[in-house]
Structure formats: C-alpha cells, structure tokens
Design a protein around this ligand. Structure first.
Ligand SMILES: Cc1ncc(COP(=O)(O)O)c(C=O)c1O
Length: 384
C-alpha cells in the first residue's frame, strides 16, 4: 500500500555535510563588492583578508595572543601544514574515531614515520581522552564528521601539558564551544559550518605552538605552502592576511558575508543554539521512532552538526542498499539532498544540522524520512 506523501516540503533541501548549506540570507548578488581582478596584496584585498581574520577571532572568541591564518587547501591543508611543521619534536599520540581522524593517523605513521601511540574507537564511540599522555603531541578531530561523535568538552586535556594538541575542528568551529586554552593548533575550513566556499582553510596557533615553530625544525623538507617560518622566526604576515599564495577574493567576500550573517543571529551563541535546535529535532524524531537511532552511542557525544543515523529495523537485510535507496528517494523528491552516510562509515544517513540550516526545514524533512522508509520497506516486501 503506497504511503501518502507529506503535504509540505523543506524550503531548502540542502543537508550536505560539506560544502554545507549557504547562510539563509545568501545571494550571489551580495558578493558584488569582491575586488575581483585586483591583487590580493592591494590595500583593498589586504583589508578584506584582515577582516576575515578579525571577524573569525571576534565570533569564535579566540584569545588575542593566538595567531589566525588563512591557508591553502581547506581544512586538509591546515591540518597537514600543522602536522608537517610541528610534529617530530616529541613522540605523538594519534587519536581517531572515524574516517578523517584515521586519515591523519595514516599520514603521521606512514608518511612522516613518527613514533606514535595510536588510539582509536569504532564508529559511534569515542576514545577516552583522559587516557591520553599529554606530554606527547596529540592529534585528534573534535567532531567526527563521518560518525557524528564529538568531544563533549576539553576537560580531559590538562592546562599544563608539555606536548601540543593539534585539533581538526572543521565540523565543530562555529557550532560547538572550543576551549582555546586546551588547543594549541585548531583548524577548520570555510565550506563547513558557515557554508562558505571550499579551498580555503584556517589555522589557529597558540603561543606554545608558535614557540615550537620557532624552536624546532623538522628533519624533512617542507613545501612552500606549508612554511610558516623563515630563518627560525614566524612569518607574521601570514597572520594578518598576507597569505602564502593567492586566495580567491570571491571566496573571501563570501566568507565575510557568512560572518556578517553569523553576527546577525547572535554570534557563536546564536550559531550553537541553531545547530542544537536542528539536532534536537532529529533526536526527538529518533526517540519517537523505533526503526532509526543515532550512531553516537553516548548522548553526551552526539554531534549537533553531522548527525549520523542508523536503521535498526529487523526487516532490513541489506543495510547499505536500504540506506542508499532511502537517500535516493529523498533526493528524487527534492526534499533532502546528499544525506547518505559517508563512504567509509556504517550504512545509514547523515543529516547536516549546522547553523546555516533552518530548523523548519529539518522539521519539514522528517515526515519525508518516515515516508521514504515506509515506502522502501513496502517495496522490498512486494519484491520478496
Ligand atoms: C573532520 C574533517 N576533517 C577534514 C575534512 C576535509 O576537509 P576539506 O575538504 O575542507 O579539506 C573534513 C571534510 O568533511 C572533515 O569533516
């Protein structure tokens, strides 16, 4: 029996976990002030790049003595830059509970060949961060985008650690509280929570990270796009907007628009509230529904950005095929785009809940999820 389709649809069906939905006020025409065809080193370009750094500091509440740089190659570029520039001075601990964290483990162990203790947890779980030796350099991902499991807080990280903490916070920054005193290197990209454009990343350095950069030279060669020092001194220009290579001024303008929008919704608190409300709507749905559950086992670790879900209905034999079929139905109806689980993650769905997504759109999408599930179950029963 065909299930009736819900009467209303999300206004914006974009629930991708990256690039994420643009801010609701986005309009290409609003980027017309971008200094296109001008040098990024001209006064106008430099001012825009500095506004990116200043606005990021203001909204994220980054301490004045932390450096903030715009770097190439998005979040990946920022993480690689940090690992290649800083690691090797002392042993490392590599912590991973999903695909991106696992990628950083591979780089450190197989490419940099650094002596490292590896701590991992399966999808849905988190590593006990209190069991980590913080006299080593520790690399971890704050919000595991592919498992929907996040650090609940930074309490396990001691303030007086001897090692550095290097944190990939790309799906956490602008949605979750980051304890800057516990983080020596923090990275994120524009394309995630603020719905900016891809290709540009940001790196935030604590004074201790800068001290390491100025006192330690890695044994391996560093390509120009990773180099943050010259003659043993930090290249300060990078941290006022004199980027290592040429940025897209259109992407810069777009990020500035996103920062303005972030201010208009109440800054970081407003962004966190929006993400919390979005995620809560999905958690409530899971609570009231007996065929779907959050992949994150401990409610304290549930992500409020990349909400990952698994189907729990005993009638489903082929988990991956079923989840793909549901995602396909949602996409075909134009009610939820790009909500299939990440390719390396357990079968299921992943629904982005960062602040650029409207709660009303999540609420309008959920009845469709019910519809797609029931319709797929019925189709499989008919075929059997
Ligand atoms: C946790 C995490 N790290 C790194 C990346 C890679 O980001 P980018 O493609 O912006 O370099 C992603 C992208 O989804 C991510 O979620």
């Amino acid at each position: 029996m065909a299930m009736t389709k819900p009467a209303s649809r999300p206004v914006n069906p974009r629930f991708s976990s990256g690039p994420c939905a643009k801010p609701p006020v986005f309009d290409l025409a609003k980027l017309s002030d971008a200094p296109l065809g001008r040098s990024h080193r001209a006064a106008v370009g430099k001012a825009k790049l500095k506004a990116v750094i200043d606005g990021t500091r203001e909204i994220l509440g980054i301490p004045d003595d932390y450096r903030i740089g715009i770097v190439p190659a998005s979040d990946t570029g920022a993480v690689e830059m940090a690992m290649w520039s800083l690691l090797g001075a002392r042993p490392a601990t590599m912590v991973a509970w999903e695909s991106f964290g696992a990628g950083w483990v591979t780089d450190v162990v197989k490419q940099l060949k650094i002596e490292a203790e590896i701590k991992t947890a399966d999808y849905g779980r988190i590593v006990d961060m209190a069991s980590v030796d913080y006299d080593t350099d520790v690399v971890f991902t704050w919000n595991g985008t592919t498992s929907g499991v996040r650090m609940p807080n930074g309490d396990a990280i001691p303030a007086n650690r001897a090692g550095l903490t290097i944190c990939d916070a790309t799906s956490a920054a602008f949605a979750q509280d980051l304890p800057w005193d516990k983080l020596d290197v923090t990275t994120f990209s524009w394309q995630k929570v603020l719905g900016g454009e891809a290709a540009h990343g940001m790196i935030v350095l604590s004074p201790r990270a800068v001290a390491r950069l100025e006192s330690y030279t890695p044994a391996w060669p560093l390509p120009k796009i990773f180099r943050m020092t010259k003659g043993g001194k930090l290249i300060e220009g990078i941290f006022v907007g004199e980027t290592i290579n040429t940025p897209s001024m259109l992407a810069v303008e777009d990020y500035l628009l996103a920062l303005d929008w972030a201010r208009s919704v109440g800054g970081l608190k407003g962004l966190m509230d929006r993400a919390d409300a979005n995620a809560q709507a999905i958690w409530n749905f899971c609570e009231a529904t007996d065929w779907i559950a959050n992949l994150a086992e401990d409610p304290a670790t549930r992500s409020n950005t990349s909400v990952c879900l698994k189907f729990t209905d005993a009638r489903i034999a082929d988990g991956a095929g079923f989840a793909k079929a549901v995602a396909k139905r949602l996409e075909a109806e134009g009610v939820a785009l790009d909500v299939g689980a990440y390719r390396d993650a357990p079968a299921g769905l992943r629904i982005w809940c960062g602040g650029t997504v409207e709660t009303a759109d999540i609420q309008a999408m959920l009845p469709w999820l019910d519809w797609a599930f029931q319709t797929e179950i019925a189709a499989r029963a008919d075929a059997a």
